[in-house]
Structures are given as structure tokens and as C-alpha cells.
Design a protein. Sequence first.
Length: 272
Amino acid sequence: MPVLAIAQSTTSSANTRTTTETTSEAQITRIDTSVVLVAGVPVVVDNPYGDVRLRFGGYEHGIDAHAVVQQPPGASVIAMQPAMVDGQYRIAPRLPEGSRLADGQRLDLVIFVAEGHPVIARTEQGLIESRGIRADISLNSISGDMAIRGTQGSIQARTGSGSIEASLGPAPAGSTQTLATGTGTIILAVDDTLDAHLEMSTSAAFATEFSLQVERIPGQEPNKKAIAVIGEDQATIIVESRRGEIRLLRWSEFTSTDGKPVDDRKVESDSD
């Protein structure tokens, strides 16, 4: 077994705590940062080195960021320097200019975001997962997968080749939301309270538990479009995968063993 050494933890006046563990294979550093923000300040998370997980962080305006850095011996150090830039709170870890990511080197982030702070998150190959965010979110990745649940706001999600799984509640009235991937599968779980019409397009297959109006468009990519109206037609949701399957499934609320409602969604299909 590797020998584990734990370095001394430090806390700065900027509410940052760093803990380092060293094994024979890599140094693991955990960086915890907490900051209070003015109401409504957007949060930008730009992480080219790993995953980004967004979580609901309560009602007091602030951000709690937790980073785990895996640092092989001899690798350049990834700097974590969150800061206010042009009216946005930016969390954008970076290697020194001219350095490349070493084999086995990565940085993963978990960000707790208070209510009312819009989030912009970007990765390259890393996963973006969003749970319970109470504001608008904009997610972008070159090839990473995305998982979205419990958002109380507008969603814009785009990935070049990753898959997208999303469970949606009622769409904000008048909003236009987008879920788009180049080649990945999109799995979308909704119910009759969605109150939106969906405009879906793909060159692969549609799988659905709702009624669709399908139009074929020979010679184009995507070569099929479909429309579904779920609940009242009060918003628009665009769902597009050029070559991946689109599954539009139904979810239902369920209760725990003590009879209390669970704030979660369960897809009524085993196809996913």
C-alpha cells in the first residue's frame, strides 16, 4: 500500500482552507473556498482539467467551492485563484502559461451556489452535473457528458459529443431553453406540468412516451424534426442531437418509506 503523508492544513483570511495528502503516486490537494457575494452576481466556472458539479447552496448570497487536485510528481501546479472579474465571480483554474496537463493530473470542482446567482460552467472532457440550482444556468463542454436535475431557472446546455440527461420541472413562462449535442444521446424526463412545447431534431431515433408530430427532412442533418406540446404552450425547449438518439420520457414523484415526498424524479421507464 502507498504511504500516506498529511500536510498541515492552513486557513487564510480569504476563507480558504488547503489540505494536502501525498502518496507514492501523486499529491492530492483539497482546496475549500467560501465567499460572500452581492445578490445576483453571476458565477463563472471554467475548468478544462476535470469535472464540475453544481449544487444548491442555500439562500444566503455566497459560494462554497471545493476543489480536489491530483498532482503527479514533477507536474506543473494548477493554480486556483477565484476572483471578481468584470462583475462576475470567476473560478478558472489554470496551469502556468506554456505548461501542459501531465498524465494522471486533474482537478475536479464541487460548487455550492446560493439562490439567485446565475451560473456559467465550462469543461473540455469533464462531466458537468447540476442539481437543484435556483437560477439560470448555461453549460458548455467540448466532449463532456451533462446531467441536470431540479433547476429553477432557464437552462442552456451544449456539448460537442457528450450525452445529456435532464429532468425538468415547469418551464419558466416565456423562456427558450436549449439542450444540444453533436453526436451524444439526450434523455429528457418531464411531466404534464412542463407547460412548454418541445422542438426536437436528430438523424437517429426518437423514443418517447408522449405524442409527437414528426417531419422528415431528406438530405439534411439532422434529417428529422418532431414537435411535442406538454401541458400549456407557455415556453419553448429546443432539443437537438445531430446523430444521437433522443428519448422523451415521463417521470413521477414518489415517496420515501415514511410516506414523505422525496424531492427527486424517477423515470417511468427502464429504457434509460
